[in-house]
Design a protein around this ligand. Structure first.
Ligand code: NAG
Ligand code: NAG
Ligand code: NAG
Ligand code: NAG
Length: 290
């Protein structure tokens, strides 16, 4: 009576036994083949790779991918790698939901044929490219002051999504779902401001003569998760000032040369006049009449 199992313990034991049985049954079909685990989608701007563990020892992997219709297709057939590029499959329709699975085949003791027991496999999480692909770090394409405004344009990254053989840009794929945020601040202060656009161009008001620094970030506001890209590298308008400084240096040099020239001219005129006055007693120098 004292050693009778309590209901919770009994339930736990049953679960454990069930699990052990399942493991044994699974292992029986494929002699101690390691099944893949930790299947992870790595996807940025639709470039999509499935990764998993562990490194194979006495087995090889084959990946299959399918939409919800169950139209399984082999990829990375009999590979010893632990990743598989599935970009070509998922770009066919970026709004579909895809599933993948990784099979483990033993190698060495007789090849398993497809009619044999099904090799063990692991399912990946579901993946919907339009919602799940990460937004890559954007790049500032160009920036230039236009009067008291600053024009900043963001490079429209090319994706691997194709229509009729031509690659679509991020903007082509996401349309108005994609916005960019511009973070900007005076180089002399730290107070950041931000503004949004659903194009790839910003036109912001700036104070004349001030240098500004800024970075951009891609955002899909309608997404619940991973809606933001990393921020771009920071750019500053000091480059413009550098050009301006160079220009004033050139102007300064030219002015300096002109002033030296005038001084030399005046001195020589003065000397010439003196010489003539000394020689002929006349008051004027012929040069002065010209
Ligand atoms: C699965 O991957 C994550 C991160 O990639 C890691 O933290 C975790 O330890 C892994 N799990 C196993 C069982 O190795
Ligand atoms: C994917 O879905 C989004 C919104 O649901 C839509 O705007 C877009 O046109 C769709 N793209 C394709 C290629 O079907
Ligand atoms: C901003 O710069 C881009 C690229 O240089 C140019 O195409 C666009 O017309 C400019 N916009 C304005 C308002 O000046
Ligand atoms: C692709 O090309 C075909 C024929 O050239 C055309 O009918 C179709 O509209 C094109 N599709 C798109 C999305 O441009």
């Amino acid at each position: 009576r004292r050693h009778a199992l309590r209901p919770e313990a009994a339930a736990a034991l049953t679960l454990l036994l069930g699990w052990i049985l399942a493991q044994v049954a699974g292992a029986a079909g494929a002699a101690n083949v390691l099944v893949a685990y930790n299947l992870t989608w790595k996807s940025t701007n639709f470039k999509t790779i499935l990764e998993w563990e562990p490194k194979p020892i006495n087995h090889i992997y084959t990946v299959q991918i399918s939409t919800r219709l169950g139209d399984w297709k082999n990829k990375c057939f009999h590979t010893t790698a632990t990743e598989c590029d599935l970009t070509d499959e998922i770009i066919k329709n970026v709004n579909q939901t895809y599933m993948a699975r990784v099979f483990s085949y033993p190698v060495g003791n007789g090849h398993t044929t497809s009619s044999d027991v099904e090799p063990p496999f692991t399912n990946s999480p579901e993946f919907t490219p339009y919602l799940d692909t990460n937004l890559g770090q954007p790049r500032v394409h160009s920036f230039k002051p236009v009067g008291t405004k600053l024009n900043v344009t963001v490079e429209d990254a090319r994706t691997l999504v194709r229509i009729n053989g031509t690659f679509l840009s991020l903007r082509d794929v996401f349309g108005k779902d994609l916005t960019y945020i511009l973070y900007y601040w005076k180089a002399s202060s730290t107070g950041k401001k931000s503004t949004k656009t659903n194009t790839n161009e910003f036109l912001i008001d700036v104070d004349k003569g001030e240098n500004y620094c800024f970075s951009v970030q891609a955002v899909i506001p309608s997404r619940r998760t991973n809606s933001k890209s990393p921020e771009s590298s920071t750019e500053c308008t000091s480059q413009e000032k550098g050009i301006f400084r160079e220009l004033s240096f050139i102007i300064g040099t030219v002015l300096f040369v002109v002033i030296i020239f005038i001084i030399v001219l005046l001195v020589s005129l003065y000397k010439c006049r003196k010489a003539r006055v000394r020689r002929s007693g006349k008051e004027t120098c012929p040069l002065n009449d010209a």
